[in-house]
Design a protein around this ligand. Structure first.
Ligand SMILES: C[S@@+](CC[C@H](N)C(=O)[O-])C[C@H]1O[C@@H](n2cnc3c(N)ncnc32)[C@H](O)[C@@H]1O
Length: 271
């Protein structure tokens, strides 16, 4: 399996790095537009554009803090990089940033980046706590790698003409783009149904979406899509009802337990 470079500066609960080899296979041959209506760390959009698998990508995210990060990265990337390289990651400085209401989009985007990289598990949802001991006992800054993050941001700046970001509802965007020929949709919604393993409501500030609306929009459209979910009976029933193809992909979660993630497509993806 080819190496999977980390492209996103955000650590994302439910992040999809494990899926990248399958995404490359899905997008083989390239496409004009890749859409990611629940962007989060936007790993798939970044990979598709940077690996030359999509001419352009459009990302949508409803969370204000995450949205501010993407707006800052795409519209004020150089300033964000300067801020990041100058930051002294002490607990006091992180707590000051957490308390101070951001005045500009760069302040806000930088605040998101700092909290994302210093809170336990990268969780931005209200109530998440700061890392206490951090990796190897290095404290609050144990996941703050300024040079690496600056490199990732520079790559984003270099590709920004091909990356579009919108703050808003991904379901509405999905309904519109599902009708567009030549578009491909990577759909990774927050998942909260009973029995699902990813506790969406704890991880994301926005975790309520209509899963049925997502399935109906995809079934009624012509665009190719790849939809991922935690393994659950509700999702399997929706996939069956809409006659979609389901593959269970085994992955390890943060605690090295094996869990199944569902990869749902219109036709057969894996043999
Ligand atoms: C499972 S995560 C996506 C993770 C992403 N694939 C990655 O690899 O980083 C789901 C994301 O959808 C966002 N979200 C929730 N409801 C949304 C909505 N109605 N429209 C757009 N984004 C939404 C959440 O804030 C969260 O960032």
């Amino acid at each position: 399996m080819a190496a999977v470079p980390q492209r996103s500066p955000l650590r994302y609960p439910g992040g999809k790095t494990w899926l990248v080899p399958h995404i490359r296979e899905w997008l083989r041959g390239g496409c004009r537009l890749l859409a990611e209506p629940f962007a989060g760390g936007a790993i798939v959009s970044l990979t598709a554009v940077m690996d030359g698998l999509a001419e352009r990508a459009v990302m949508v995210e409803i969370d204000r803090d995450v949205a501010a990060f993407w707006r800052a990265a795409l519209d004020h990337g150089d300033e964000l990089i300067e801020r990041l390289l100058a930051f002294d990651v002490s607990r006091e400085n992180v707590e000051r940033i957490e308390r101070t209401p951001p005045a500009t989009v760069v302040d806000h985007g930088f605040r998101t980046l700092v909290l994302n990289r210093t809170r336990r598990g990268g969780v931005l949802a209200p109530g998440a706590s700061l890392t206490k001991h951090g990796e190897n006992g290095n404290g609050v800054g144990s996941r703050w790698y300024p040079d690496t993050l600056a490199t990732r941001l520079r790559e984003i700046v270099a590709h920004r003409d091909r990356l579009a970001f919108f703050e808003g509802d991904g379901v509405g965007m999905l309904e519109a783009l599902a009708q567009q020929p030549g578009a491909r949709l990577f759909v990774d919604p927050p998942y909260t149904a009973a029995g699902g393993k990813r506790a969406g409501s704890r991880l994301y500030a926005h975790s309520e979406v209509s899963h049925r609306r997502i399935f109906e929009a995809l079934a009624g459209g012509t665009a190719d899509f790849l939809l991922t979910y935690d393994h659950s009976d509700e999702v399997l029933a929706l996939a069956r009802e809409h006659d979609f193809n389901v593959a269970a992909v085994e992955m390890k979660n943060g605690h090295h337990a094996r869990i199944d993630e569902l990869v749902i497509t219109r036709g057969r993806l894996f043999n």
